[in-house]
Each structure stands twice: as C-alpha cells, then as structure tokens.
Design a protein around this ligand. Structure first.
Ligand code: CUA
Length: 156
C-alpha cells in the first residue's frame, strides 16, 4: 500500500517537472521570437552580403549620430579586415558569420561575442583610449583558427 502511494507521488512529481520544463522552454522560445533586441536576430547565411548592414562591412555613422560597425566573421578572418573607430564614442558592433561559428573577441576589453551563421549579435563598446586593439577568434573553427585575427585602430 505504502509503495503504491510513493509511486503515485513520484509519478506526479515527474509530470510536474516535465510541465515546468516545457513551459520554460516554450516561454524562452516565445520571448526570443518576440523580443529580437534582447535575443538574437536571424539572417539568411547565404545572403549575408546582400543584407543590411553587412552589404557594407565597416563603420557607419547612423542618422541619430551613433556609430555601428557591421562585421562579418569568416574562415579565417574578418570583414572589414581594416577598421578605424573613434575613441570615446559608443560603437555598436553588429556581427554575423558567413560560414561556421567564430567569435569576435577584443583583447583587453569585455567584448567577447559569438559569430553564428544565421544569427546577428550586437554588442556596444566605448574605447576610452586610442590605440591598436587586437581582435581574435575564441571558437575553434578549423585549421586557420589560431591565425584568425584582425586589428581595430581607435583614433581621436
Ligand atoms: Cu574563427 Cu576560430
């Protein structure tokens, strides 16, 4: 009799756990689909070069005076390969990958973004000091991974 009771309790617990799990998954999927600014925006990885802003990789000054950098990660480098950004200005890095998963990690800063094909990621950063900043790929992406880097020139 007792065993039977415990079995029921455990079965009930299992069902509740499953329901909770499914609602969490459902809610986060829902939240992502309806709030792309806080989650990930999507892009057709085959059409990166035709999709704004990646049709013009590099620095753009937007109409509201803010700066955006459109950055494409690819095996084994970044587009644009040369980049100048202003010091003391907030820059929005908008990133995607053309092929496999890479990262865009600016050494000496807390910018460490994943570059995922089909996905657009954003990260804001203000460079306080002018100088040359090294960008490396932190995600293993193939034979050229260790050489995948670029530089950002921060100018006054
Ligand atoms: Cu790209 Cu590692």
């Amino acid at each position: 009799m007792h065993l039977h009771k415990y079995e029921k309790i455990w079965l009930g617990f299992g069902v509740i756990a499953l329901v909770v799990f499914l609602s969490v998954v459902g809610v986060s999927a829902f939240a992502q689909g309806h709030a792309p600014s806080s989650g990930h925006m999507t892009i057709d990885p085959e059409k990166v070069r035709e999709t704004t802003p990646f049709d013009q990789p590099g620095l753009h000054k937007k109409e509201d005076g803010t700066y955006e950098v459109a950055m494409i990660a690819l095996t084994f480098g970044y587009e644009p390969s040369k980049l100048q950004v202003p010091a003391g200005e907030e820059v929005m890095f908008t990133l995607t990958s053309e092929d496999v998963v890479h990262s865009f990690s600016i050494v000496g800063t807390n910018v460490n973004m994943m570059a995922v094909p089909g996905q657009i990621n954003h990260r804001k950063h203000t460079f306080k000091e002018p100088g040359s900043y090294l960008v490396i790929c932190n995600e293993y992406c193939g034979s050229g991974h260790h050489f995948m880097s670029t530089e950002i020139e921060v100018v006054e």
